[in-house]
Design a protein around this ligand. Sequence first.
Ligand SMILES: *Cc1c(COP(=O)(O)O)cnc(C)c1O
Length: 429
Amino acid sequence: MEFKKSQKLYEKGLVNLVGAVNSPVRAFSSVGGNPLFIKKAKGSKITDVDGNEYIDLVVSYGPMILGHRHKKVQKAVTKALKSGYSFGASTENEIKLAKIVCDAFPEMDKVRFVNSGTEAVISGVRLARAYTGKNKIIKFSGCYHGHQDSLLVAAGSGLATLSIPGSKGVPEGAVKNTLIATYNDIESVKKLFEVHDDIAGAIIEPIGGNMGVVIPQNNFLKELKELLKSKGALLIADEVMTGFRSTFGGAQELLGVTADITCLGKVIGGGFPVGAYGAREEIMQEVAPLGGMYQAGTLSGNPIAMVGGIATLTTLKKQNPYQKFEEIGSILEIILLETAKKYNVDIVVNRFGSMMNPFFTNQEVTNFEQAQTSDTEKFAVFFWEMIRNGVFLPPSQFEAWFLNSAISDKDIKKIATAVDKAMLAVSNM
Ligand SMILES: *Cc1c(COP(=O)(O)O)cnc(C)c1O
């Protein structure tokens, strides 16, 4: 397998792009080597500029849940292009997508569309503050909520509790209202309430997906919701990754909790830039033009993106692939575990439906600190061997793998063969 053309484009890209990528997760910093440049994708496969074809377990970090270029989506979007790309005024399709989204979440009466998950979370947090009149927000270590200043707080074990900015350029003032708790540890939240008042709410990924997959244990989310409710604070579910992926609707439904504010992105646009935040009527009344919380967007509710979202979600609802995801997911989980055992490699596999990943560690992973016990050098070797055997994975130990509904039995066999070679390579390190 050759990567000559990718290599050339990478070098060219370095001149005018930052690291030749437009999002740092696409850089291969933690696995070594250079990023692949993609030429095209169709169904469950993605092809790089050198003509190498891979089974795609990245699917754009989640959005392409139907696989690439589903014919219904392609047709709808191509047709929409003929009517114009952006109007700066309302269209009927915004109402249609809003209804699909609100119908899918039990306590969502109204929704506002934005252009990315980051924007959805910025707005959702602002809304929690606007509605409660309080300032502080609880964030869980290891959860990612987009790149807004106030939530880019050091997401690492010891330091995390000190609320130190996790990025250069974030002033201390921007994070002074951010409080850090530990995922799956309700006591850590109770402690924050003992020391602080003025807490507007807590934001959480109902299934952790940005420290690798981390699943809420027992009644953690229910207890969190009850605690927040008793304190007059809101639960903000960041379902940018899990929305329409865990099930039609979000992880909340499966976990038996209802958030006060829900933030969406990724699957909702089916590969087009759509984010959204929504809540009960009385909360959404705060948002301009109905209320005093300002939030706007030149391209928000973009007509092409709305059509992409509608076609994706209606097809998804009809396909209802969630049982299939569960089946394929559990097969892949078994393949990973049995192959690791065969070659004596320590791994833990965390999976929730169509989101999963192995951690190269011998201890359970229920929070960020435990995730960090993974051997990232092993992951790097595993990653490249998977690439060489035709499986495209996210280039980081701490990213989830995503299934899509175009994956075939043949693809699974190919993945199994790749896993065998990759685990062997890890065991030979
Ligand atoms: C991806 C993601 C975001 C950010 O969304 P962007 O569209 O990349 O801005 C926020 N929260 C979660 C949980 C995510 O997975």
